[in-house]
Ligand binder design. Structure first.
Ligand SMILES: Cc1ncc(C[n+]2csc(CCOP(=O)(O)OP(=O)(O)O)c2C)c(N)n1
Ligand code: SF4
Length: 301
């Protein structure tokens, strides 16, 4: 569906506490357009819990359960059970969690809910940092990125959360980014139509955390796809299907742009370019992305 044909109803209300250019509110606007008002959102500690609820106000026009950092998927499981007891299974139960709440502290609750076949949608908006508490590194922070806890650049590569989620054999898992709203909308609609646990991970470029200008959020997500750093795919019935530019890359119809084109626009990677180019770390990042795509191709063959 084209963005102009989506519902004009806004469930993310104006006057909220998000930074200008915030990917969380951009993503949520699209997600809500797909889900509609029959939705209960479960949000663990993260930027969105602040955006949503600066007491005594609320910024989302649906019920929201704010819950402890580690407990989102467990709380969502409880909501699903309570609704089932009431005979109300027409309501979407959705976790909206950051990467800290997903890759790190919330991973066991998420894994348990997937294993129990809970009928809910888990969405991770991945801004690759703990932004709410002042930009600390998470398990999703990329190699070489500056954060307040990795001042010389992170020494490890991020976890392969896609592989971790796929290992649970859930009916639907997908990646998206706020930069391609139609793709995100379609994936949420698809997830909504499937019973059981669903997972969507949205790359969420964060201007203050990644150190870029607030008008560049969309560009930053597009470049992540074009450089192959962020592949767009759906995983359904044991099959991976790539979407958009990632499909063209996978099929060899377009070349990936060099990762440097994405890195050099973000202040958090400035240590790779100043005072002089760090060829060794730039090479490692490019190789990491090359290997990821080689692995995808091997899975196909
Ligand atoms: C058990 C526990 N430890 C630490 C915190 C402090 N805390 C609140 S939000 C947050 C970071 C959340 O990061 P993420 O999930 O990536 O979401 P983001 O802030 O980036 O939106 C932390 C560390 C907490 N609320 N509970
Ligand atoms: S720090 Fe990033 S994710 Fe958090 S509100 Fe600001 S732009 Fe959004």
């Amino acid at each position: 569906m084209a963005i102009k044909d989506m519902s004009l109803e806004e469930i993310v209300l104006s006057g909220n506490a998000a930074c200008p250019g915030c990917p969380s509110t951009m993503g949520l606007r699209i997600v809500f357009k797909a889900l509609g008002k029959k939705t209960i959102l479960v949000i663990p500690a993260c930027c969105t819990s602040v955006i949503e609820s600066l007491y005594p106000y609320t910024s989302f026009d649906v019920p929201v359960l704010n819950i402890a950092f580690e407990a989102a998927a467990a709380a969502a499981s409880g909501v699903v059970s309570a609704l089932r007891m009431q005979g109300r299974e027409d309501i979407n139960v959705v976790v909206w969690a950051g990467d800290g709440g997903t890759y790190d502290i919330g991973i066991q609750a998420m894994s348990g809910a997937f294993e129990r076949n809970t009928n809910f949608l888990y969405i991770c908006y991945n801004n690759q940092i703990y932004s709410n508490t002042g930009i600390q590194r998470s398990g999703a922070t990329p190699y070489a990125a500056w954060t307040t806890t990795t001042v010389g650049g992170k020494r490890e590569f991020s976890k392969d959360m896609g592989a971790i989620v796929r290992a649970h054999n859930i009916p639907y898992a997908a990646t998206a980014t706020v930069s391609y709203p139609e793709d995100l909308f379609r994936k949420v609609m698809k997830a909504k139509s499937i019973k059981g646990p669903k997972y969507i991970e949205i790359l969420a470029p964060c201007p203050p955390g990644w150190r870029f200008s607030m008008d560049k959020t969309v560009e930053m997500g597009k470049l992540a796809v074009e450089t192959g750093i962020w592949p767009l795919y759906e995983y359904e019935n044991d099959k991976m299907a790539f979407n958009g530019k990632s499909k063209l890359i996978f099929e060899g119809k377009i070349e990936r742009k060099p990762v440097e084109e994405w890195l050099k626009l973000q202040g958090r990677f400035s240590n790779l370019f100043k005072p002089q180019r760090d060829e060794e770390r730039l090479r490692r990042i490019q190789e990491y992305v090359d290997h990821m795509w080689e692995r995808f191709k091997q899975c196909r063959d």
